[in-house]
Design a protein. Structure first.
Lengths: 137, 81, 137, 81
């Protein structure tokens, strides 16, 4: 049974704390982590932040369908995914993913699958907060 | 029959609302609901081909038959990550 | 200029501390981390630990050649790699890698390239410490 | 000329040493050195085809010409990670 943990939150993603909570059985040899960070430009324009919105009930269900698919395809022991929503300033983390598997090939494949599919089916949207929208200090 | 329609992301701006009830003939499909909504909210027409349609928590094709009380979501392409 | 950090050490790899030290510019959108952990079996036999040995001068040089190659191929801002050597008990980390790039595709590709090539050219070897070699308590 | 030979990993067990000097005719190649070492340390013969050869910090082909004072490394396939 693959364990899964899904967090959709407006809090800052505390990656060291997430890493500290990692549990791997003695059969596992690989953990792949992905951290997605808000960049300072969106479609060529400078931004201050991205504002993320989720249709959370459906997002949770669609993530669960992806977890089921991962469990079918690869011998993954654990998947953890944290998506931050609300306003996320440039240089802060919007997405954190971890996949634990016996070997690195499976862990990399499952992690990339999860992110690719998330971007296709999980109802989360983002809106740029452009630089000129705020008063400069 | 009556279904509840939810708009997400900038579809809320295009329609001016997050949720509306819509009355439909019994046996209507998701595609027929989408057509009615485009007539009622013309700004949705430009998004027609990229609009994603869900009933409850599942994506469904336009041919999906609707039932009384269904909760239908319309939204633009997703962009998580 | 891609920054690189290479640590070959017999100390325990402190992943939360490494994550805390991460620096990403505002142009970067993706960090991929790989953690390789010693599994409890090696070629079908139960083990207690792996004993890693490096020809360290050459290992450092060969890693640097791989970093140069990554810098040529992908717009990677930073690579960090820590390889622990000496006796590493089952369930502890032997390898930690981080690649930071603007987009996830580049970060995943460069991280996998680095690990695959390391396993081909970097002079580090491992020896199993089998279960029966130690007194049970 | 004299070169220094380093053995790594279990090649140290196969040869009983981590390092030996080896005298060679001037102009000898890395492959010729490898042949001499297999004659001197017969347990290396079984590993012949998988042995990796480096001069200094670089992998080199068997055709590589050696020079006085070169440091040559012989080792089995690497296994980092």
């Amino acid at each position: 049974m693959m364990t899964r943990e899904l967090i959709i939150t407006s809090d800052v993603i505390d990656e060291p704390a997430l890493i500290t909570r990692r549990r791997m059985s003695r059969k596992m040899g690989a953990a792949v982590n992905f951290t997605g960070v808000v960049r300072d430009a969106e479609e060529g324009s400078m931004i201050l932040a991205l504002e993320y919105e989720a249709f959370e009930r459906m997002a949770r269900h669609q993530f669960e369908l992806l977890f089921v698919e991962i469990e079918k395809r690869w011998p993954v022991e654990s998947v953890r995914l944290v998506h931050r929503i609300g306003r996320i300033p440039v240089n802060e983390t919007s997405l954190w993913v971890e996949v634990i598997a016996p070997h690195r090939g499976e862990a990399f494949a499952a992690c990339q699958f999860l992110i690719d599919e998330m971007k296709r089916v999980v109802p989360i949207w983002k809106k740029a907060v452009p630089e000129e929208n705020v008063r400069r200090r | 029959m009556i279904v509840t329609v939810l708009f997400h992301s900038y579809f809320k701006e295009l329609t001016g609302t997050a949720s509306v009830p819509e009355a439909l003939p019994t046996g209507s499909t998701l595609g027929e609901l989408h057509d009615r909504l485009m007539a009622r909210f013309p700004k949705l027409v430009a998004m027609k081909n990229s609009t994603l349609l869900a009933v409850g928590l599942e994506y469904q094709p336009r041919s999906q038959m609707l039932r009384e009380g269904d909760e239908v979501s319309l939204f633009p392409p997703v962009q998580g990550g």
